[in-house]
Design a protein around this ligand. Structure first.
Ligand code: FES
Length: 138
């Protein structure tokens, strides 16, 4: 089997799909090569991510990794969410085929992009905190 059961589960039954209308941070990231796009919405109260939703126009692994990423950051502090790596998302899904690792990078960067937007809205320069948002290059 190419995909783990967890990947298939999060692909066929993705968690936290949708938009948050009054989101505190919205991020979007795309991959020019495959054309997939991920949008991430965060609700943040007192430095805690109280809600996270996403919309992904992309492959099954992109859907599964964004689903898992939202699950991993919900209820966490911004600091913890900033530590979320694509590797942690892949591990939580019991692995991904090598050609699909870039899809998990999209999920990681979508979270960071939404956090960047959150700081920008507060009038805070996000770059020293969140770093540059980079599109996955593969
Ligand atoms: Fe592009 Fe998966 S193939 S995100």
């Amino acid at each position: 089997m190419l995909y783990s059961e967890k990947v298939l589960d999060h692909f066929s039954n993705p968690r936290n799909v949708g938009e948050i209308e009054d989101a505190d941070g919205v991020g979007e990231i795309g991959n020019a090569k495959c054309g997939d796009i991920m949008k991430m919405y965060l609700k943040i109260d007192d430095n805690i991510i109280t809600d996270a939703k996403f919309k992904t126009f992309g492959c099954g692994a992109a859907v599964a990794t964004s689903s898992m990423a939202t699950e991993l950051i919900k209820g966490k502090s911004i600091d913890d969410a900033l530590k979320l790596t694509n590797q942690a998302v892949v591990e939580a899904l019991d692995g991904l085929p090598a050609v699909k690792i870039h899809c998990s990078v999209l999920a990681e960067q979508a979270v960071r992009s939404a956090l960047s937007d959150y700081y920008t809205r507060q009038g805070i320069d996000p770059v020293p905190i969140v770093g540059e948002i980079k599109e996955p290059e593969e």
